[in-house]
Design a protein around this ligand. Structure first.
Ligand code: SF4
Ligand code: SF4
Length: 348
């Protein structure tokens, strides 16, 4: 059974395969595109976090992503990691890496995460223009080297922005050849979200159509990708649009349960309701679970849909409806279609 099939099998039994748990919104960097805004809610303490991990275990969640803010900004992070390890989650840690020294790398090695995913936005100048912290490039690169030295799997990823798109193919080669770890940002880093407080400031950093096409062509050429995302190509109209509230969920630092990072619910605190009550009964979760690709009337017959991620969260932000056509998704899909055409021409 593939991982995709396992996820679907669990989801059909009402079990979320994965949870992205935001442990804190505090961070030692100040990235220009960050969606967290200035909102800094009261964080759960160690016991409360471990209580949430117990709940996730009970409901059958297998894959746990610990994210921030910056997770290593929490003083109790090692205790949380050890508790998650003892609960047998497959652990993915999202971090900027800058707070990982040799002692922390040793603690991480002990809990055997599936992967540590580290953000790098460019070479030194560009990276530090984005993070707005001097020295952050060297600190992140050092962390990657220390982790790799401990045989911990590391993926490096980026967000594709006006500031960095032109140097990302070079950065990918540096990451793979010099740092000798995997690069994970071919298409996932293209979706730039607004801030949680509603500010659309991060949209300023989206690529123009022309830049998109150039970036996509360079990424496809470098990665020799002939066909991308077969799951999208194969998806029928009866399929769920995405994993939000189906295979996946999100928990905030203060203990609210959401369908996904892009879709924040209300009346969803795990302090006042059980996970199962919110997961099964909350109207937003139910609505998302019942949404099918074919329900997107504006998308029916779209010839670009094989290249489209159809993100309902983005549609909700842009158009106020989970089932609307998302102009940004259309733009990205069009970009991929054009990049593939150009690639085919180059290969002919
Ligand atoms: S497609 Fe959008 S709404 Fe769905 S899980 Fe991904 S980010 Fe969330
Ligand atoms: S969002 Fe746009 S590109 Fe995607 S399927 Fe709908 S119409 Fe097509």
């Amino acid at each position: 059974m593939t991982q995709h099939e396992l996820r679907l099998r669990l989801a059909r039994r009402g079990i979320p395969w994965t949870c992205l748990f935001e442990l804190t919104y505090r961070c030692n960097l100040q990235c220009v595109h960050c969606y967290l805004g200035t909102n800094n809610p009261k964080e759960m303490n160690t016991d409360e976090v471990c209580g949430v991990l117990d709940t996730l275990k009970q409901v059958g969640c297998i894959s746990l992503i610990l994210s921030g803010g910056e997770i290593f900004a929490r003083k109790d992070i090692v205790k949380i990691l050890q508790y998650a390890r003892a609960s047998h989650f497959a652990l993915r840690l999202f971090t900027n890496g800058t707070l990982i020294d040799r002692a922390m790398a040793e603690a991480i090695a002990q809990v055997k995460p599936w992967v540590v995913e580290i953000s790098l936005y460019g070479f030194r100048d560009v990276h530090e223009q984005v993070t707005r912290v001097k020295g952050s490039f060297d600190d992140t690169v050092r962390a990657i080297e220390i982790l790799r030295g401990r045989q911990i799997r590391v993926y490096v990823k980026s967000v594709v922005m006006k500031q960095n798109w032109a140097e990302l193919p070079g950065l990918q080669q540096y990451v793979q050849r010099k740092l000798k770890v995997q690069w994970r940002s071919i298409d996932g880093g293209l979706q730039i979200s607004p801030c949680d407080n509603g500010s659309k400031r991060p949209f300023l950093f989206r690529l123009s159509d022309r830049q998109l096409e150039k970036y996509m062509l360079a990424a496809l050429t470098l990665n020799k990708t002939a066909k991308r995302n077969p799951e999208i190509r194969a998806a029928g109209e009866n399929e769920h649009v995405c994993g939000a509230a189906f295979t996946a969920c999100n928990i905030t630092p203060s203990g609210e349960l959401n369908p996904c990072l892009q879709i924040r619910a209300k009346d969803n605190s795990l302090k006042s309701k059980s996970f199962t009550e919110i997961w099964q009964e909350h109207p937003l979760f139910r609505q998302l679970r019942s949404l099918r690709r074919g329900d997107r009337q504006e998308c029916l017959g779209c010839k670009d849909s094989v290249h489209c991620f159809l993100c309902p969260g983005m549609a909700l932000i842009e158009r106020g409806s989970l089932s609307a056509r998302s102009p940004e998704a259309c733009r990205l899909a069009r970009g991929w279609k054009n990049a593939y055409r150009l690639l085919d021409k180059h290969l002919a």
